[in-house]
Design a protein around this ligand. Sequence first.
Ligand SMILES: *Cc1c(COP(=O)(O)O)cnc(C)c1O
Length: 494
Amino acid sequence: MSKDERCHLAAKKGKFDVPHPCDELKQIAKELSCDMTDGKFAKHMDDHDPLRSLRQDFFYPKMKEVLGTDLNLVDPEEDCVYFCGNSLGLCPKNTKKYIDVELDKWAKIGVQGHLQGEGMPWAKCDECLDSDMAKLVGGKPGEVAIMNGLTVNLHLLLISFYRPTPKRYKIMCESKAFPSDHYTFQSQINLHGYDPETSLLCVEPREGEMTLRTEDILAKIEEEGESIAVICFSGVQYYTGQLMDMPTITRAGHAKGCYVGFDMAHAAGNVPLYLHDWDIDFACWCTYKYINSSAGCLACIFLHDKHKHNNFPKLLGWWGHKFDTRFTMNNELDLSPGAYGYRISNPAGLLCPPIKASLEIFNKTSMEELRAKSKLLTAYLEYRIIEKYGHTNGEAEGTLESVDGDFQHVHVHIFTPSDPEQRGAQLSLSFSVDISYVFKELEKRGVICDERRPSVIRVSPTPLYCSFQDVHRFMEYLDQALKAAAVVAATDKK
Ligand SMILES: *Cc1c(COP(=O)(O)O)cnc(C)c1O
């Protein structure tokens, strides 16, 4: 794809420009002469899914293995329903093998493993992976470094990009930023002697709305831009699942002289990104969510090439020093240009193999192909929820017969944008029944998703390893769970 096509694609938004994937699903159902709620439809979609074999590259947990599952309610030999790739991706089958190579090397040759032996030389194990990582986010080689944890990286980047002056001292973010990001912004502001009360500019959704409108973000940038040093939103918002219009926000920020960065924690490996072409100044993300690299694994930074030779303030360590002269140890810093210059410590040799195992799977396809499947998969889930329980982004209501024969009203509300261009894989659901009951009942049936207090369950059918039949099974278990939850809730009230 050319740069122009990409930018054009990225600029496209709104349901009027692109046909809704649900129309494609309806068309297929029509050709099959079967209803979309029919298990046959889900099976047909899986049989014709060009990416279906990728599931075999992961360990997909069985019902009998997931804790809390009541094995009287489900078939213990069946796969669980794993809709939690937004929180922790599944384990690629090659992960263990690649870690074992490094462990064996350590056992056999000790320190020599830094440069010799099988697998990845530890001294460059991050460098073995960062060009594939760059590909995943639309960065050029040299624009991405793999290091530290996500929040640490956000701090390191803000040290360079947030340099407040009496005239330009604000950080702009979303009002419901992930707590860790919010604390990062607050503490960076404090560190410079400014007050978060007046320096942290949080953009809020309109009254009665859950997601941000791009037009409102742009209006705020227009209004306050001259006093903003850094704009830093999420690429995909963790709570609502909203995919932000990154190129448009970036352009608007630059027009006002602000630096623009994004936290891609929920975007990387979920939606196609073109960080370089979008002209984003900086970005950071973790690799354990959609990138399946194991809990707390190494995170990444992106630094746009235009900042390659910057002389911004940064925190330094020996790993930022150019490789060729790094071990001269003469305390004369010869800093690597670009993202590499932001590295501080030597990379963890045992944390790179999981990233390698995951990137190998991504390399079998492309983010564009994954996105095509993801749009259909999430639209299918959305359709099934609306068909059963009501509407999206409005009054959602369905009538449900509870197990003891009473009719109960159950509302399921999807507050992730219904426009497929404004979301990734995740749908955020709220319920008229207390979610802790719903969540418990889902867990009993081997549905792994996540609960975000006070009122949200996030479900994420990840296109790498989730199927249309998983969505179909999810709907059965959700129905059972809601019925059971309604009964438990009613009993608890008495
Ligand atoms: C997951 C996530 C984090 C987690 O930060 P760590 O430093 O990896 O613990 C931070 N910010 C956002 C937006 C996230 O989604």
